[in-house]
Write a protein that binds this ligand. Structure first.
Ligand code: NI
Length: 253
């Protein structure tokens, strides 16, 4: 069930049976020469929308711009300041809690978002404890609970990615994530020869330094290995894991 394809009476009826919602969260940033700029937002969105269709989990619109400052030397990247992202996450959450949602499962697609997402959770919890949160101040409603899950760390998924790509998985613009997007959007596949075949690895200091060290945007990966078939397998495993984990989160005392 997708929030943006539902009517308000449908969402109201959903709230009668569940107070939990899933929000895909990602980034709009360069993903190497054959990866889509939307990769980190599309991966959690593709997994979540299928999980929502299969299981009836309510899936919110994707929070699709995040922490991408270090990718800003590449065309098309869009980034938020951490304070802006935290403020926007608070506004989304406050809107949802106003309607009665109490559990928010954030399915993340971008490692660079993790610190900021956790900082946003701290702000939310701080708000509940010290100054009221939304219209819950002083009420005896159970407090809001948020959880963060990186899709590539879902049970069984990392192992499957390593099996599919024992060589060339790397750290950024990985064949696994590119495969997931090619499965979701086969028409957007790009055939690009990689030079070198596997990208170098190393530290990053800022956007210009990133581009100097990793001129085509990849780190340690060979995303020319990406395929629709591999993406189908990864998405299948991730959908199963998300449904099971979300339902446990929704039901936990
Ligand atoms: Ni990525």
């Amino acid at each position: 069930m997708q929030l943006h394809l539902s009517s308000w009476p449908e969402v109201q009826a959903y709230l009668e049976r569940s107070k939990a919602i899933l929000i895909p969260i990602g980034s709009t940033e360069q993903h190497g020469p054959n990866g889509l700029l939307g990769t980190d937002a599309l991966c959690p969105e593709i997994i979540a929308s299928r999980a929502g269709d299969e299981s009836g989990i309510l899936v919110a619109p994707t929070f699709n711009v995040g922490q991408a400052q270090h990718h800003m030397a590449f065309a098309g990247t869009i980034t938020l300041r951490p304070s802006t992202m935290i403020a926007a996450m608070l506004d989304w959450t406050q809107s949802l809690t106003r309607h009665g949602f109490e559990r928010i499962y954030w399915l993340n697609g971008h490692g660079g978002n993790i610190n900021t997402i956790n900082a946003a959770f701290s702000e939310m919890y701080h708000g509940i404890t010290f100054s009221g949160f939304g219209d819950r101040s002083g009420s005896n409603h159970p407090p809001l609970r948020c959880t963060l899950r990186n899709w590539w760390e879902l049970p069984g998924v990392g192992e499957l990615c390593r099996q599919l790509f024992p060589v060339g998985e790397g750290h950024h613009a990985t064949p696994s994530e590119v495969s997931v997007t090619y499965f979701g959007y086969p028409q957007a596949q790009k055939s690009v020869a990689m030079t070198p075949k596997i990208a170098p690895v190393g530290p990053i200091f800022d956007a210009e330094d990133y581009r100097r060290r990793f001129p085509d945007g990849r780190i340690g990966s060979d995303p020319s290995l990406a395929s629709v078939e591999a993406g189908a397998k990864i998405v299948g495993a991730a959908v199963k894991a998300v449904i099971s984990e979300f339902n446990q989160f929704a039901a936990a005392a």
